[in-house]
Design a protein around this ligand. Structure first.
Ligand SMILES: Nc1ncnc2c1ncn2[C@@H]1O[C@H](COP(=O)(O)OP(=O)(O)OP(=O)(O)O)[C@@H](O)[C@H]1O
Ligand SMILES: [Mg+2]
Length: 306
């Protein structure tokens, strides 16, 4: 079916009129539309499972800052959402301290509760690391001590999560949008697990906003620790896991994996700074194992966001 046919089917099914694409929208196709004097957003191009996941997560997070689902049809597959207006993303707030304040208030409002629906677990979500270990192992391109360390951290973090909650799963600067006088959350993946994982994608994005990468990361983590009573060491360990996960995903997609490893290393430096004896020891061991930092890009340039 062509895009025109899909949109036509949605217009009939949801009784809407599509007015045009949302500028700059990503992988799935997102359109502005109207329905009986109501402004809505139509999202198509996701597969059926992704639509069901997104709708389940939005409905469970409803009343806690998530955008409202107006209708959905997994058979198309398509979802119709209330339109956030004026709709600017959190990325438009360039003062990093202010953006992190807003992020904290959004996360606080999401008020983590035990997941009631069937959502993917964090272990399933990060399974690309295990896949890498099993299929590529020490002979693959990633420095293996980092892969092993990420898996060790993952096991410890999962075993010590006594209260798995529903997570948005992709809570970054682009998925928090201005809505009236406040902010709304869009585009959840819907995961079940440790709340500390929820902040990692925010910490990874725009890593140089307002200072050098280490300074920005530590300042954000300090705010999250203070405002949301999160544990800095758990955040840093999840950061190492996510950095290695991003590297594994990049390899699976045939794209550059270095920035994932660079992120893992940034979080590892926070662990060392937190004066954890164990962290200092493994960093020493990790450094010797990646001696000469041979995994780095030749030009050693960091290509993070602004
Ligand atoms: N309910 C909404 N109200 C207003 N704007 C929206 C809404 N839903 C999505 N958008 C806009 O469309 C963009 C893409 O939507 P969304 O994040 O849901 O899809 P996506 O394809 O997963 O995007 P990406 O992969 O870039 O995260 C958002 O960044 C936002 O600008
Ligand atoms: Mg998005």
């Amino acid at each position: 079916m062509s895009w025109q046919e899909i949109i036509g089917r949605c217009e009939v099914r949801f009784r809407i009129r599509v007015t045009g694409p949302v500028p700059g929208a990503g992988a799935s196709r997102v359109f502005f539309a109207t329905r009986v004097r109501q402004d809505v957003v139509l999202k198509v191009g996701l597969d059926e499972t992704a639509v069901i996941r997104e709708v389940n997560a939005l409905e469970e997070l409803s009343g806690r800052g998530a955008i409202r689902v107006v209708d959905c049809d997994p058979s198309i597959p398509a979802v119709l959402l209330e339109r956030a207006a004026p709709g600017q993303p959190l990325a438009s707030v360039t003062d990093d301290g202010r953006a992190t304040e807003i992020f904290c208030s959004v996360l606080d409002r999401l008020d983590p509760r035990p997941a009631t629906g069937t959502h993917e677990s964090i272990e399933q979500h990060v399974s690309a690391i295990t896949r890498y270990q099993e299929t590529r192992g020490p002979s693959g391109p990633l420095p293996f001590p980092w892969v092993a360390r990420a898996l060790e951290f993952l096991r410890g973090l999962v075993a010590s999560t006594d209260r798995p909650v529903l997570l948005h799963g992709d809570l970054h600067h682009g998925n928090i949008v201005r809505h009236g006088n406040g902010w709304a959350v869009i585009d959840p993946k819907g995961l079940r697990g440790d709340r500390h994982f929820e902040v990692i994608q925010y910490l990874l994005n725009y890593p140089r906003r307002g200072g050098d990468v280490d300074l920005v990361l530590r300042r954000r983590m300090a705010m999250l620790t203070e405002r949301l009573a999160l544990d800095a060491e758990r955040m840093a360990r999840w950061g190492v896991v996510k950095g290695v996960l991003d590297a594994c995903w990049a390899l699976e997609d045939g794209t550059d994996w270095h920035s994932g490893l660079e992120a893992a290393e940034r979080f590892a430096r926070c662990l060392v700074a937190s004066e954890s004896q164990a962290a200092r020891e493994w960093m020493k061991e990790g450094t010797s194992a990646v001696s000469g930092r041979s995994w780095r890009r030749n030009d050693a340039t960091f290509h993070g966001g602004c």
